[in-house]
Design a protein around this ligand. Structure first.
Ligand code: MG
Length: 400
């Protein structure tokens, strides 16, 4: 006989595709609304009160990481935990220093968010909750993402399915995952390119001088002929120079260019995109849903990062809008643990480029989740975001 729990899981799954943005509908559809006379519990395992806690964490880099405007050896992270009815969801805010968020700004935000979040009686109201979170402050996008990811993890675990499945995405459509080689000396680049050659796609950070940029590509080409994605991180300030570089890169088995020019040079970027043989993807220019329309016609596509766009709820809306505008999709990351990487991997099946290597770049990942199999990113079959805390890890979450 089918157990009640199994029935609930499969019934929830069947209706999930129709519910899309509003997981609460999964339950309403099944006559299992979580409020009013028909209120039922999935498990009755614990207290039906949402509780938010957090734990600051320092992600230590395996190598010094250099992009066109900075170098660093660690990244501040704040992990979050949301509990409800005996279920636990984990989230993460990763905050590379150049983005303006810090451990203390994230903790300040979470202190503000805690009473707002905890007044909701139903964690399935992700849309309403995230709207409230967003209205609390203007920025704090990574801190907001830490709430969003933990909520998705929690709700996915309550449904008993990973989000890629709830959303009806096919993991067979996940693209090859790129491995990043940062700006460095020839000797270090040679070493890193050898390490990276097992990955099918190498992402190269450019955007310094022509000599340095060409040295990076030529050095990698001495070692391997893997497909290269180039990220210029706004480093090219002249449209003719940018196009010359792109035409040269096009002869080197490069298949896309990320953010060639500064955010403020949109018209020049549009000219580059129009003349470029390679797709031009917006990263720094595309933070959130509201940015997409103004980039249409200027970039070929957008790079979605959960830390920029406040998490999976908005990422899902960005995917729909970009698809409607016929813009290509990429999913990227910061230096993150497997919590945020596993969350981002849930949307990878919808993308053409996946750059989810943040967890490989750190030495002290405290979770395990999505994996790279035969070069492709593969989200876990585990429910929620599919990340599990590693054995022996002891994190002290606090909620005050
Ligand atoms: Mg980038």
């Amino acid at each position: 006989m089918t157990s009640r729990r199994t029935f609930l899981k499969s019934a929830g799954l069947l209706t999930a595709a129709a519910a899309l943005f509003d997981p609460a509908k999964i339950f309403a559809h099944n006559g299992m609304g979580l409020s009013g006379a028909g209120r039922r519990s999935l498990s009755g395992k614990g207290e039906k009160k949402i509780v938010l806690e957090w734990c600051p964490y320092e992600a230590k880099m395996k190598h010094v990481f250099t992009i066109s405007h900075s170098s660093r050896t660690s990244t501040p992270i704040v992990l979050t935990r949301i509990t409800y009815d005996g279920y636990t969801g984990y989230g993460e805010a990763a905050m590379p220093p150049y983005l303006g968020e810090t451990t203390s700004s994230a903790v300040e935000f979470l202190k503000k968010a805690k009473p707002e979040l905890e007044r909701f009686s139903d964690p399935f109201m992700i849309g309403d909750i995230m709207k409230d979170m967003d209205e609390l402050t203007t920025n704090n996008c990574a801190a907001k993402a830490s709430v969003d990811i933990a909520l998705h993890d929690l709700v996915g675990k309550m449904i008993g399915q990973p989000w890629w499945k709830i959303w009806g995405f096919d993991p067979a459509h996940c693209p090859n995952n790129s491995f990043t080689v940062g700006l460095d000396t020839r000797e270090v680049v040679l070493q890193k390119a050898k390490e990276a050659s097992i990955y099918k796609v190498i992402k190269v950070k450019l955007g310094r001088t022509e000599e340095q940029d060409k040295m990076m590509i030529n050095t990698i080409r001495e070692v391997c002929n893997n497909t290269i994605c180039v990220d210029a991180n706004q480093g090219w300030k002249d449209k003719h120079y940018a196009l010359d570089m792109i035409n040269w890169l096009n002869t080197k088995n490069v298949n896309m260019i990320e953010q060639p020019m500064p955010v403020g040079m949109l018209e020049d970027t549009g000219w580059v995109t129009e003349n470029s043989p390679l797709p031009i993807i917006a990263d720094e220019s595309c933070q959130r849903l509201t940015d997409i329309r103004k980039l249409h016609g200027y970039f070929t596509g957008i790079n979605i990062k959960l830390m920029k766009c406040t998490g999976l709820h908005e990422a899902r809306e960005m995917i729909s809008l970009a698809e409607a505008l016929d813009m290509k999709l990429m999913v990227g990351c910061m230096t993150e643990t497997s919590v945020a990487i596993s969350a981002a991997s849930q949307i990878a099946p919808k993308t053409k480029w996946s750059d989810l290597d943040g967890n490989w770049l750190i030495a002290n990942d405290c979770f395990t989740g999505s994996q790279v199999v035969d070069g492709r990113i593969v989200p876990s079959n585990d429910p929620g975001i599919g990340a599990k805390m590693n054995k022996g890890v002891n994190l002290q979450f606090v909620g005050a």
